[in-house]
Design a protein around this ligand. Sequence first.
Ligand SMILES: Cc1cc2nc3c(=O)[nH]c(=O)nc-3n(C[C@H](O)[C@H](O)[C@H](O)COP(=O)(O)OP(=O)(O)OC[C@H]3O[C@@H](n4cnc5c(N)ncnc54)[C@H](O)[C@@H]3O)c2cc1C
Length: 285
Amino acid sequence: VRTASFAYVRPRTLPDALAALGRVGAVALAGGQALVQSMKLQAATPTQLVDLNDLPGLDEIRDTGSGLEIGALVRVHQLIDSPVVALRAPALAASAPLLGDVQVRNRATVAGNVCFADPRANLSSALISLRAELVVDSSGGPTTLPVDAAFAGFRRSALTMGDMVTAIRIPAAAAPVRGTYRELARQQNGVPIVNVAVTLVGDPVTEAGVGVGGVATTPLRLVEVEEVLSGSPLASIDTAAVAALVTRGDAEPYEDMHAPAAYRLRVAAVLLRRALEDLKGDANV
Ligand SMILES: Cc1cc2nc3c(=O)[nH]c(=O)nc-3n(C[C@H](O)[C@H](O)[C@H](O)COP(=O)(O)OP(=O)(O)OC[C@H]3O[C@@H](n4cnc5c(N)ncnc54)[C@H](O)[C@@H]3O)c2cc1C
């Protein structure tokens, strides 16, 4: 399988990268773990690859005081090795070891996982549960975008031409954070069929975040479920009743050769119930 022909640039500064990304047909290359396969299948046919890997200062996870900032070149394995991610973003910490194999995790970036906009992406559901936002830069200057608003359709992000995600921000919580991630996959470390991530702040819960992947053409935030969880003491959460609220709302259903749409919703409800049961039993916070 061969890619279509393309030009390649490797800028060393952010302004140069943004200028290159502003050209028609230009696409960012980060870890290449999704993009290169798409190019081989000619599902993506960029005329210019803008390799981000020489850009300085984007490969760190920083605690800014108001939250965590994950640079655009932070690799998935860095999430697994980070004590601050385990403490502040446990759903993200739980989702990372299940993404691909060790070679994939060593190359793949967190931002690339979100920007690829696969509805089943591990990290997208976790970041939705954490109310994360993307820092998006372009020739027009930086702006922010909540992660749950970053998706326009199956493998179609809401970014526009010339946009580059420079970081992902996870806001600090006012109380201890519990979080977990559950998935159904055909094989260990394969792309999940369905996944669910839950983040609960405090007990009673002052803030709840629930992300689900694989039930619609985009990853979803389950707002109704979050509202029911908010205010509840952990011990009194009726996990089965909450799980029964799982719906994809108005979102377009997603199905493929692995599972029909109705089955995906049922699995999501089961995964949510199990995730909540995990968190009720989590005495470590
Ligand atoms: C064997 C294998 C197993 C895999 N298993 C899983 C799995 O279990 N779970 C899962 O979720 N995924 C899985 N993937 C998919 C892939 O590894 C992830 O989606 C990965 O995180 C993509 O990140 P990347 O840095 O490699 O992105 P790239 O492939 O470089 O880019 C992906 C897309 O994001 C865009 N992009 C990247 N960075 C930016 C940025 N900073 N700003 C704007 N746009 C940007 C690119 O232009 C491209 O469109 C697997 C892939 C392989 C090859």
